[in-house]
Design a protein around this ligand. Structure first.
Ligand code: SRM
Ligand code: SF4
Length: 579
C-alpha cells in the first residue's frame, strides 16, 4: 500500500513524526539545551536517528538508579557515515580524541564499516558533532528511514575492481543523501535559510522511506560485505581482462525478525538484473523510490524492502524499477563467492600496494588493562601512517596502502601493543553485536559474552582435531540480527538472560540462511550440542566440506533457500514436534 492509498490514521506513528518534523528538525534544537534531563522527547528520539544518534541508557546501572529514584543514566550512541569505511590517519586521530574525551574510551567498529561512539552525554553532543565536522566527517543518515552508510569491498586484491566498488559506494551515498540542512543547523548552529528556496527532499519527500534501507557493493570471490543481508547490492562482474563490465544488482535482503512472530523473518537477497556501470546510480535511485512508494507505512515490522518484494513479487518489482529507469536490463551474469570473511595479515594488491588487516574482537577498539592496547596501538600507527584505514564489514580494521618503508615500523607497533594477539580460527571468524549494556533492545549478552563461549568451543574443536578449521560463528543479543547471525554457520540469537536460540546450516559464503536447531538453550546445552556435531563433522565430512554444508547434508538441519521457510523446525526441534 502506498501512502496515497491509505488513510492518515492507518499510518504508523513514525510516519506522523516524520511528516510533522519540518524535514527532521522536530524540537531537537530546544531539547538538546534542556539541562533538567539527560534525555530528549520520545518523538525527537525517533528523529535524532536520522542525524546518526540514538538515545540510550546504561542498562547495568538501571537497578541502582531506580533504587535511588534517579533518572536512567542516559547518554547517546553516535554512528558515523563513512562510505566504504575509509578514513585518513588524520581523521583517525580525531576519532580517537573524541573516544577518549566525550565517549566511553572506546571506538566501536560496526558490522557496516563505520564507527560508533557510546556514552556521549547530552551536554557534549554539539562539541562531539563539531569535532566530527572539523574532521570532514558526518553522521547524516547513519541511522533512520533513509539510505544508510554504503559498504564497499575492502580487500584490494583486484585493485581496479575494488577502486570501482569504492567509487560506486561513494556515488550512491552522495546521490541518495537527504538534502535537509537540519543536521548543520542543529548540531553546528548553522543558519536556517530564511526567505530562500523552500526546503525540499526531491528524492525522499517529506516522510522519507518506510524503513531503513541498506546498500552494499561486493567484489567476488569475496562476499565480505554480506551482500545477501542487504536491501540493495551490487556484485562486480569483470571481463576476461579483469576490467569492470558492470554490476549484478541484488534486492530484498534483511536479517531482522521478532521471536514468536512468523510473519517476520530473515531473507537472503535476490539477484535481480545486470546493469552497465553508467546505470548503477539510476538503478539505485529507482529501487529506493519503488520501495519508498510500495513499502508498508502502516506496520514498521512489515516495512523493509524484503517484505515488499515478497508481497509484490520480484518480477513486478523489477518491471517497475525498469519502468522508472526508462529501459530494460539483461538478466544477471554468473558470479561466484567463496567466503564472507576477511583476509587477515598482510596482503598485496595487484598494484603492489601493501595492506594489513587486523582482527578486532567484536569491533571494540579499546585499551585493556594488562591486555592488548588496541586504542593506543592504532593511534600510534595513525601517527606515522600515510595511507588510509579501512573498516571491514566484519568489524575489523585494515591499515591500507602502507608505504614499503613504513612496513617494519608498523609491524613493530603491532607487536608492541598486542594488536594481533593470537586469535584462533573460530575467533577470527566470530562476530557479536553490541547488546548489553547500551542496546535498549538486547534480551541477552552478546559482545561481552561471545569471547568466553568461543574459548569453550575452541577446546571442543581442538579435541576433535578441528582447531585450524574456519567456521563462522556470530551472536546477537536479540533477533534483530545486527551481526547477521542467520547467515553464519553457527548463529546464536538472544532469547533471554543466558539463553540463546542456536541456528545452524548457513553457507560459508553467506548465501544461505541457517535453521533453528536449539531453542532457548543455555551455555551447557549449546556446548554439548556443538561438541557432538563437531565430533560427527570430524568423522564424516567429505574433503573440503564446510561445517555449514555438512550439517545440512548429514540431515542435522534442513536446507533453507529463502526466508519464508526459515521458521520451520528442524533437527532435534523437528523430532520433538513430530513426537
Ligand atoms: Fe542494528 C537496531 C546496532 C547492524 C538490524 N542496531 C539497532 C540498535 C540501534 C538498537 C535500537 O534500535 O535501539 C543497535 C544499537 C546498539 C548499540 O548500543 O550500539 C544496533 N546494528 C548495530 C551495530 C552497531 C551492531 C554491531 O555490533 O556492529 C551495527 C551497526 C551498523 C551500522 O554501522 O550501520 C548494526 N543491524 C545491523 C545489521 C547488519 C547489517 O546491516 O549488515 C542488521 C541486519 C540487517 C538488516 O538490517 O536486516 C541490523 N538493527 C537491526 C534491526 C532490525 C531491522 C529489521 O528489519 O527488523 C534493528 C531494530 C529496528 O530497526 O527496529 C536494529
Ligand atoms: Fe541490539 Fe539486538 Fe542489534 Fe544486538 S541484535 S545490537 S541486541 S538490536
Amino acid at each position: 500500500m502506498s501512502t496515497d492509498e491509505i488513510s492518515k490514521d492507518q499510518l504508523s506513528r513514525n510516519e506522523h513524526i516524520k511528516e510533522a518534523s519540518g524535514f527532521l528538525r522536530g524540537t531537537l534544537a530546544e531539547g538538546v539545551l534542556k539541562a533538567a534531563t539527560g534525555a530528549i522527547s520520545e518523538d525527537d528520539g525517533q528523529l535524532v536517528k536520522f542525524h546518526g544518534m540514538y538515545l540510550q541508557d546504561d542498562r547495568d546501572l538501571r537497578p541502582e538508579r531506580a533504587k535511588k529514584k534517579l533518572e536512567k543514566a542516559y547518554s547517546f550512541m553516535i554512528r558515523l557515515r563513512i562510505p566504504g569505511g575509509v578514513v585518513t590517519p588524520a581523521q583517525w586521530l580525531v576519532l580517537d580524541d573524541i573516544a577518549r574525551t566525550y565517549a566511553n574510551g572506546s571506538l566501536r567498529a560496526t558490522t557496516r564499516q563505520t564507527f560508533q561512539f557510546h556514552g556521549v552525554i547530552k551536554s557534549n553532543l554539539k562539541r562531539t558533532m563539531r569535532a566530527i565536522d572539523a574532521a570532514l566527517l558526518d553522521t547524516i543518515a547513519a541511522c533512520g528511514d533513509v539510505n544508510r552508510n554504503v559498504l564497499a569491498a575492502t580487500n584490494p586484491h583486484q585493485s581496479g575492481a575494488h577502486k570501482a566498488a569504492y567509487e560506486l559506494a561513494r556515488e550512491i551515498s552522495d546521490g541518495l543523501l537527504p538534502k535537509t540542512q537540519a543536521w548543520r543547523e542543529i548540531w553546528l548552529d548553522g543558519e536556517r535559510v530564511v526567505g530562500g528556496e523552500p526546503e525540499d527532499e526531491p528524492v525522499y519527500g517529506r516522510t522519507y522511506l518506510p524503513r531503513k534501507f541498506k546498500t552494499v557493493v561486493a567484489v567476488p570471490p569475496s562476499n565480505e560485505v554480506d551482500i545477501f543481508a542487504h536491501d540493495l547490492g551490487y556484485i562486480a562482474i569483470l571481463d576476461d581482462a579483469g576490467a569492470l563490465k558492470g554490476w549484478n544488482v541484488t534486492v530484498g535482503g534483511g536479517m531482522g525478525m521478532t521471536h514468536g512472530e512468523p510473519d517476520t523473518y530473515p531473507r537472503t537477497a535476490d539477484v535481480m538484473l545486470f546493469c552497465e556501470p553508467d546505470w548503477a546510480l539510476k538503478v539505485a535511485e529507482a529501487v529506493m523510490t519503488v520501495q519508498r512508494d510500495w513499502g508498508d507505512r502502516t506496520n514498521r515490522k512489515a516495512a523493509r524492502l524484503k517484505y515488499t518484494i515478497d508481497r509484490r513479487g520480484l518480477a513486478a518489482f523489477r518491471a517497475e524499477v525498469e519502468r522508472r529507469v526508462g529501459r530494460s536490463f539483461p538478466d544477471p551474469e554468473p558470479f561466484h563467492f567463496d567466503n564472507n570473511g576477511d583476509r587477515y595479515g598482510w596482503t598485496e594488491g595487484e598494484d603492489g600496494r601493501q595492506h594489513l588487516t587486523l582482527f578486532i574482537q567484536n569491533g571494540r577498539i579499546r585499551d585493556i588493562e594488562s591486555g592488548a592496547q588496541l586504542l593506543t596501538g592504532l593511534r600510534r600507527i595513525a601517527e606515522i601512517h600515510d595511507g588510509e584505514f579501512r573498516l571491514t564489514a566484519n568489524q575489523n580494521v585494515m591499515v591500507a596502502n602502507v608505504a614499503p618503508e613504513k612496513r617494519a615500523e608498523i609491524e613493530a607497533l603491532v607487536a608492541a601493543f598486542g594488536l594481533t594477539a593470537g586469535a584462533t580460527a573460530l575467533r577470527r571468524n566470530s562476530m557479536a553485536c553490541v547488546a548489553l549494556p547500551t542496546c535498549g533492545l538486547a534480551l541477552s549478552e552478546s559482545e561481552r559474552y561471545l569471547p568466553d563461549l568461543v574459548t569453550l568451543l575452541d577446546e571442543r574443536l581442538a579435541a576433535h582435531g578441528l582447531a585450524e578449521d574456519e567456521i563462522t560463528i556470530r551472536m546477537t543479543g536479540c533477533p534483530n540480527g545486527c551481526a547477521r547471525p542467520y547467515i553464519a554457520e553457527i548463529g546464536l540469537v538472544g532469547k533471554g538472560p543466558d539463553r540463546y536460540n542456536l541456528y545452524l546450516g548457513a553457507a560459508f559464503d553467506g548465501s544461505r540462511l541457517s535453521k533453528l536447531y536449539l531453542d532457548n538453550a543455555d551455555e551447557a546445552a549449546i556446548v554439548t550440542a556443538l561438541d557432538g556435531l563437531f565430533a560427527a563433522y570430524a568423522a564424516e565430512r567429505q574433503p573440503g566440506e564446510r561445517f555449514g554444508d555438512y550439517v545440512v547434508r548429514a540431515g542435522h538441519v534442513g536446507r533453507t533457500t529463502a526466508g519464508r521457510n526459515f521458521h520451520d523446525a528442524t533437527g532435534p526441534l523437528r523430532a520433538l514436534a513430530t513426537t
